[in-house]
Structure formats: C-alpha cells, structure tokens
Design a protein around this ligand. Structure first.
Ligand SMILES: *Cc1c(COP(=O)(O)O)cnc(C)c1O
Length: 538
C-alpha cells in the first residue's frame, strides 16, 4: 500500500501542473486576443453558467426580447398596410407594378440624391441623368435571361466572366509571374467580396488537409472584415486574431510571427482594413509567409481598383499585390471602386493548383456536376454590366475617377485636422477616414449620433473608439456641409456637457457592452426582423 503522504504529494504536484497549464493557456489567450476580449469571453462563460440557474434564463431572454422589439419598431414600425404574404391570385399589369415600385423608390431617392445616407454605393448615382446607371441598366436588360451554367449556349457570358477575372489579375500584377516561366495568376468570378473570401479560405483548408493538418489556423488582425469570420465558421478553420498596432492600426508583424503554430496554414491581411482604411504591412507579411511556407491572402475587396490606381499614380508607395512573391491569393471587389452594380468580385490565386483545390467535382450523383464557385446557376446580366462598366472606364477613366476620389479624401482629412476637438485616428491610406477625439468631454459616439440627427449616417468602431467616413464619389459635393455639421455638433456638445449618444450610435454603443451570448441573440433577432413581412392591421 503506497504511503498516503506520498500519494498526497503526488496529487499536489498534479494540481500544480494543472494550475500552471491553465495559467499558461490564459496568458496565451490574452496575448493573442488582448485583455478586453479575454474578459468578454470570461463574462460570457459566467453568463452561460448563470443561465442554467432557474429564473436567470427567463430574465436574460426578457432583456433580449426588449432589445429586439426596439429594432423591430425602428425597422418596421407598425407594419405595412400593403404587405404581401402570399402570391396574389390575379396577375397585375406590368405598368401598375412599375408604378408601385416607382412610388416606393421615389421615397428612397431623397437619401441617394442628398448623398448623406451612405449605403455602400461608391459611384455617384445621381439617378436622374446618370449615364453610367442607364448604361448598366441596358447591359443588365440585354442579358436578363441568360445562365452562365451553359457556356455552349451563352458563349458571350463565358467571355465576360473570364475577361473580368483576367483584367483584375492584370491590375494586380498577376501576369507573367515567375519571370521566365511567364505563368499568370488565375481567378474566379464571384457574387461579392464575401464569396471571394469564402473560396480562398476553402482552398487553404483543403491545402491544410492535404498536408495532414486537421485543425487549420489562419492568423489575422482584429481589424479584418467579418466575411473572414463567416468563412472560418463555414469551413471549420480557427482564426487566430492578433491586435493591431495601437498607433498605426496596422497588423503587428511581430505578433503575427509569434502566433504561427504547426497548424497555421495562412496569414490574412487587408488592403485596406474596413474600419480604418489602413493597408497592413503586406511587404513584411509576404516575407514572413515565404520564410514559413505559409499562404498569404490579401483582402483587397474595399481597396480593389482604388489602391491599384493610387499606386500607379505614385500616391501609394508600398507593394500589396502579386508583385510580392509571398502573396498567394487576393480578393478584389468590382462592385465597390470598380463602380459596377452589386454582385461582382474576383478571387485570384497565384498558383493554379490552389484554385483547383476550391473546386468540388460531384461524380457520384446521377449526373456529373461542377461549377466554378459556390453558386450554381448564375445570371449573365450581372457579369455583362460589370464587363461593360470596366470597358466604359478603361485605364484612363479609372485613373481620373480615382484621382478625384483621392482629392475628396484629402479634403476631408485636412478639414478634420483643422477642426479642434477631433483628429484622424491614424494615418489612413484610402477609402476610409477614422476620426477620434482627445478633448475632455467629447465622446466621439455622441458626435456620431448628432451627425446622424442631421441626416448623415456614420460608422463607428471600438477599441479605440472612433467614427468613420467611407468615401464615394458623392462625397465630392458634400464636404462643406459635412464639415459645417461636424463643427456644429462639437459646439452643441460643448454647450451641453454630459450628453449621451442616441439613435444608431447609441444602439451600437450599448450593444457592444453586452456579453457576446446576449448580443448574439439580439443580432439573430435583427435578421429575423429583416426577413419579416409585417402586415399593418387597419
Ligand atoms: C466589403 C468588404 C468585404 C466583403 O465584401 P462584400 O462584397 O460586401 O461581400 C470584405 N472585406 C473588406 C475589407 C470589405 O470592405
């Protein structure tokens, strides 16, 4: 019989080891995510346990419902007297339907035309005599009844698709890679940035599996677009999120290096990031990826076209695309600064083998089936309008348009620098101007909510708190009135100290303070409401 004291000693040893292990896990977690994220996760864990206590779960649910009701009131009001729940029995005359739609659209027109309500439309949609929109409508119309699934029937659609991809690859310095071999990068046409990112992450997951990595990890910065979180969720990839440099808001290369593990398959960088408009240090990350034999995805969704044309005019000095040998995939949106109507993006691969890993040939069905992307049947109309838009601009047209945008941005930046009480949060490279405040008593979220009251919609972000403007061509006419309103808001806050944020800015502010579990339920509620047909009873 072992002597009991020795046994106790052994247990004590084990306990020490467990504590040490737990402690090292916690430190690792904090180093990876930062202290704030760690405590949020901790709070969430505590909440989860609390929810199993009788009575608490109901109280939590009540809080969630209250928030969701607020969102519903805001989006749907008392409902729509003309809401349609089922297909009407009798078909309507097309003229009547057009009139119905026009009445609804006209009410929204005010937002477009004033330009104050930014909605991710990057080209100037003046609507009334806008030639680009008219031309896009013509291209859409001509190809309204086509299907890219049938290249034999619609060879022109196949041509549009392949050529848009090729033109984007050329823009990204993806031609004649590897010098002598002269091999070109390849790509796929997708429905948007999110699908482009999904496909790239799927390819990396497959690559990891080929290498025997069953628990693949991708290293990214907290500033990445949420599309990456979706991709990681769908494909079972773990994101290792590192903090941004607090001064530059760029991905921290040293932190990226120390986050690399045996499970790492790729690094993910942004050009630029969507909260701050900052291009990550992609030259250094490219060197790191090459050194470690990892993939490197550049999310150029927002910067696509814009950054390439800035670089070509010497207004952006760093390299960020296939010019860098470590860059293995790039996503680039044609429907942002390529000025096409929504529904078009490209994902490009340095190596054709990597692209092939993203395909899913289905051979054991009753028929053989393969499509290039996540979608099955796709209309050719969206491709036709994008192809037409690129041809309409040409290199010269984009050069001019991008230069114009850049000047608009510089104007806003200068105005913010000259406004006491606010400052640019960091040195943004393009697309976005993040604004912070150091003045005692000025809460940037209150500034955002007062601007909202004056008809502007502003983005806000946290850690550090800022509000951002994301630029489109419309901003050219709006600078003066925006700056006047900004200064007006600042004066209002100084006159009324202690003001709290209201409206959307307040909702965001409050939401971000909620534990992730509750917040997740409220966000799910938002989608439920977005999909709701609410008939107004009269
Ligand atoms: C817009 C954007 C995406 C996602 O693109 P969608 O076209 O909205 O799907 C991804 N990354 C960045 C940086 C973006 O700005």
């Amino acid at each position: 019989m072992p002597n009991s004291r020795a046994l106790l000693k052994r247990f004590a040893m084990l306990e020490h080891l467990i504590v040490l292990w737990l402690f090292s896990r916690i430190i690792r977690q904090i180093r990876r995510q930062g202290l704030a994220a760690f405590f949020r996760a901790f709070l969430n864990m505590a909440l989860k346990s609390a929810k199993s206590v009788p009575g608490v779960s109901g109280a939590v649910q009540q809080e969630v419902n209250k928030e969701v009701e607020k969102i519903e009131k805001n989006m749907l009001g008392d409902g729509d007297p003309n809401a349609l729940v089922s297909i009407p029995q009798k078909g309507m005359a097309t003229g009547d339907i057009l009139k119905l739609a026009k009445d609804m659209k006209d009410k929204e027109e005010g937002f477009y035309v004033s330009g104050k309500k930014w909605a991710g439309i990057y080209h100037a949609v003046t609507d009334k005599q806008d030639l680009l929109t008219k031309f896009q409508i013509d291209m859409w119309g001509m190809y309204a009844s086509t299907n890219a699934l049938y290249p034999g029937v619609f060879p022109s659609v196949r041509k549009f698709e392949a050529e848009i991809v090729s033109m984007c690859i050329d823009l990204l310095h993806g031609r004649s890679l590897g010098g002598v071999s002269g091999q070109d990068a390849v790509g796929l046409l997708t429905s948007g940035g999110t699908e482009s990112i999904l496909i790239a992450i799927h390819a990396y997951r497959e690559q990891a599996n080929e290498r025997g990595v069953t628990d693949p990890e991708i290293i990214c910065c907290v500033t990445v677009h949420p599309a990456l979180d979706k991709a990681a969720h769908y494909y079972g990839v773990r994101l290792v999120k590192i903090l941004a440099d607090q001064k530059t808001q760029q991905m921290d290369v040293a932190a990226a290096r120390s986050a690399i593990s045996a499970n790492t398959v790729a690094i993910y960088a942004s050009a630029p990031t969507f909260p701050h408009g900052v291009v990550d240090p992609i030259e250094e990350l490219s060197a790191l990826a090459l050194e470690k034999g990892l993939g490197l995805h550049v999310d150029n969704c927002l910067g696509g076209f814009y950054l390439s044309f800035l670089q070509r005019q010497g207004l952006f000095k760093r390299k960020f695309d296939f010019e860098l040998p470590g860059v293995t995939t790039v996503s680039i949106d044609v429907h942002k600064y390529g000025f096409a109507s929504k529904g078009v993006s490209v994902v490009a691969f340095r190596n054709p083998e990597l692209r092939r890993l993203s395909y899913v040939p289905v051979m054991d069905g009753l028929t053989l089936y393969i499509t290039p992307t996540i979608q099955g049947a796709r209309g050719g109309a969206v491709m036709a309008q994008a192809w037409g838009t690129i041809l309409h601009y040409g290199m010269d047209g984009y050069t001019k348009a991008i230069r114009h945008l850049y000047d608009i941005e510089q104007g806003f930046k200068k105005a913010v620098e000259e406004t006491p009480g606010v400052r640019p949060l960091c040195n943004a490279d393009l697309s976005v101007l993040p604004i912070a405040s150091d003045e005692e008593g000025i809460d940037i979220y209150v500034v955002a909510s007062l601007l909202e009251k004056r008809g502007w919609n502003m983005f806000t972000a946290r850690d550090p708190p800022c509000m951002s403007v994301c630029f489109g061509e419309r901003h050219g006419d709006l600078m003066q009135s925006w700056v006047e309103d900004l200064r007006d808001c600042l004066a209002e806050i100084r006159r009324n100290p202690g003001k709290k944020p209201e409206g959307d800015a307040a909702v965001y502010g409050a939401a971000k303070a909620l534990p992730p579990d509750i917040l997740g339920d409220v966000m799910r509620g938002y989608v439920d409401i977005k999909m709701k047909v609410k008939k107004k009873v009269i």
